[in-house]
Write a protein that binds this ligand. Structure first.
Ligand SMILES: *[C@@H]1O[C@H](CO)[C@@H](O)[C@H](O)[C@H]1NC(C)=O
Ligand SMILES: *[C@@H]1O[C@H](CO)[C@@H](O)[C@H](O)[C@H]1NC(C)=O
Length: 366
């Protein structure tokens, strides 16, 4: 008699499995702003050197081809989309982003940018953050003409937003060259205060544009990435102190402005993602997370595979899952999965004031 019941359970299980793996049409929209850590391919459409559109980028992506993501496979926004039950956001500049696709959301991020306009000037033609937000406005007009103004407003206010900024204001600006313009203008603590005050305006602008759930990532341990270990001649893999100091100043002040903004608004619109803690875990103890190293990039050349770009001529590791860093600056898909796992269900050590599972549960009741 147990037979038919058992079968029924399997059939239901299979049906649920199918439902869960197919993107849901009614999943909440998702918007992404920021730099190369979250760019899904906007820079492919721009005349810039900050691009990831040639092999071996994308080697572990389902198509095994480069997409413009700075990863061997999925990046952090892809994995968040998957946990929302949605398909990946398209780059805003993609010609495919039309019609019903607009309702999924959009990715406005552009590799090389920072909080400040002068960050990443060496990459020439990239989408700076104020331009990303102008595109967000334009996007809302396009959605309004598709589904009406009221529906468009609702889609935006119910959406999840991710913004990842700040790392480049250090590695591609203040610390890019010795005696950089910014480092002659400001000492490090004053520079951090300046960047943070500009970041606060950006977050306020996102709120003014209708965003109501915004994940804001701090910077990772900037001084520990293979690029910095390699370029600054780290002897035994010890992290570069000035860059670590920058991250240590930046992250707590970011949490501070997030708390202030939430208090002013009277709601937890902004959620701080403590990327430094997340990275620290696998940088200090890579083996515990299944990595053979968190010092050496999978793809690159020179010390720590940290010099120059990842190209078809670079060293390439056979198993990307064993490396915390895919290229000299960017985490591997495996590391991205660990980060997104913490975003979803991490404690307040990682997610302040709450994790994404809690957010999703709260918002589904609203
Ligand atoms: C950056 O440029 C935009 C557009 O030109 C401008 O509105 C904004 O004030 C600038 N930001 C800073 C910090 O100078
Ligand atoms: C984070 O998410 C998990 C569920 O996935 C929950 O059990 C846990 O309490 C949450 N932690 C915090 C601090 O919100």
């Amino acid at each position: 008699m147990a037979g038919p019941k058992f079968m029924w359970v399997i059939v239901v299980g299979l049906a649920l499995g199918v439902v869960c793996s197919v993107p849901r049409a009614d999943a909440r929209a998702f918007f992404v702003f920021g730099d190369s850590l979250v760019d899904n391919g906007n820079n492919n459409y721009l005349a810039t050197t900050a691009r990831a559109d040639s092999p071996p980028y994308g080697i572990d992506y389902p198509t095994h081809r480069p997409t413009g993501r700075f990863s061997n496979g999925y990046n952090i926004p892809d994995l968040i989309s998957q946990s929302l039950g949605a398909e990946s956001t398209l780059p805003y500049l993609s010609p495919e982003l039309t019609g019903q696709k607009l309702l999924v959301g959009a990715n406005f991020a552009s590799a090389g940018i920072g909080v400040l306009n002068d960050t990443g000037i060496q990459f020439v033609n990239i989408i700076r953050i104020t331009q990303q937000m102008q595109y967000f406005q334009q996007y809302q007009q396009r959605v309004a003409s598709l589904v009406g103004t009221a529906q468009a407003k609702k889609l935006v206010s119910q959406a999840l937003v991710l913004i990842t900024l700040g790392g480049n204001d250090f590695v591609n600006n203040y610390f890019l060259v010795p005696y950089s313009a910014r480092s002659r203008q400001y000492n490090l603590p004053d520079y951090v205060r300046y960047v943070i005050s500009e970041y606060q305006k950006i977050l306020q602008r996102l709120y003014d544009l209708g965003a109501r759930r915004v994940l804001v990532t701090g910077t990772g341990p900037l001084g520990c990435v293979p690029a910095e270990l390699g370029m600054r001649g780290s002897r035994n893999g010890e992290c570069v102190p000035e860059l670590q100091k920058a991250a240590a100043l930046f992250n707590p002040q970011l949490i501070q402005i997030i708390n202030n903004l939430n208090q002013k608004i009277g709601s937890n619109v902004f959620v701080a993602v403590n990327a430094q803690e997340m990275h620290n875990d696998f940088i200090s103890n890579p083996q515990a997370y299944g990595f053979v190293t968190s010092k050496i990039a999978c793809c690159g050349q020179g010390p720590y595979n940290g010099i120059g770009l990842c190209t078809a001529a670079s060293n390439l590791c056979p198993n990307r899952d064993l490396y915390a860093f895919w290229d000299p600056f960017h985490p591997s898909e495996k590391a991205n999965r660990l980060i997104v796992r913490q975003i979803l269900s991490g404690s307040t050590k990682y997610m302040n004031p709450m994790n994404l599972s809690t957010i999703m549960a709260l918002d589904s009741m609203a």
